[in-house]
Design a protein around this ligand. Structure first.
Ligand code: PEP
Length: 258
């Protein structure tokens, strides 16, 4: 599935779902699945209020780590409703920026996404940068241009060390939460575009950047995505809320492909 240098990564984005009790149960079951696949790195991105209790319940050497679905770019100040990377850093390993529900639902610009990425590097956590084209952009033949623009805006002039920890999630907007996943061929083409842009930034570091596919990944299609050479795992929304489905996806990312 992946170059031996890149550890497969499966992230579950819970969005604004789960009660606290459900979150604990889902994290426990995901932790059991992750423990059976130590070759796969597994993370959960719960709603903000569950981050601290879950991180505390999972303990110091958990098989599954917690992440944030979004962060503020600023360190502190009069930003009602925002949460700073510095506040989250003690509890999380991953910080997602640029998810399409932030770009399109909340009008986040490429410049804002870049500023949020700066914040992740400031607190030394693993940044997960989501990029992807809308259906309209794909139909207009602009998918490659859009993804290239989003990546360049976020990554130009970064030091090579920044690319080594980076995770890029390629998520075609039309595939998110729709049940209409991209094909492994489309995904392969776009992952190749991402990898070659990373190469232009830094040849060696680009080989260490993990690229995930996201968009209606399920237990029964995950293996085909993870078999794409440039894909190193998945960013999973809906299916991460179903312990059995997410367990299948974690297994598909493992050595034997489930
Ligand atoms: C996502 O939220 O990033 C996502 C890919 O969702 P889903 O798996 O439900 O399409």
């Amino acid at each position: 599935m992946t170059s031996t240098a890149r550890i497969p990564l499966v992230l579950g984005n819970w969005k604004m779902h789960t009660s606290l009790a459900e979150a604990h149960e889902l994290a426990r079951m995901t932790g059991e699945a992750a423990a059976r696949h130590p070759e796969v790195e597994v993370g959960l991105l719960p709603p903000y209020p569950w981050i601290v209790p879950l991180a505390e319940a999972l303990g110091t050497e958990p098989a599954v780590r917690v992440g944030a679905q979004d962060i503020a770019a600023e360190t502190a100040g009069a930003f009602t409703g925002d949460v700073a990377a510095e506040m989250l850093a003690p509890y999380v390993r991953f910080m997602l920026v640029g998810h399409s529900e932030r770009r399109h639902g909340h009008g986040e610009t490429d410049a804002e996404v870049r500023a949020k990425l700066d914040a992740v590097y400031r607190v030394d956590r693993i940044p997960v940068l989501a990029v992807g084209e809308t259906e309209e952009e794909r139909q207009a033949g602009r998918a490659v241009d859009v993804v290239t623009r989003q990546l360049a805006a976020a990554l130009n002039d970064r030091p090579s060390a920044a690319l080594e920890t980076l995770v890029v999630a390629y998520e075609p907007v039309w595939a998110i939460g729709t049940g209409q996943a991209a094909t492994p061929d489309d995904t392969s083409e776009m992952a190749g575009v991402v990898r070659s842009l990373l190469h232009q930034l830094d040849q060696a570091a680009a080989e260490r950047t993990r690229i995930l596919y996201g968009g209606s990944v399920k237990a029964d299609n995950a293996r085909a995505f993870f078999a794409v050479p440039d894909i190193d795992g998945g960013l999973v929304g809906g299916a991460s809320l179903d312990a059995r489905a997410f367990t299948g996806i974690i297994a598909a990312a493992g050595v034997d492909g489930g």
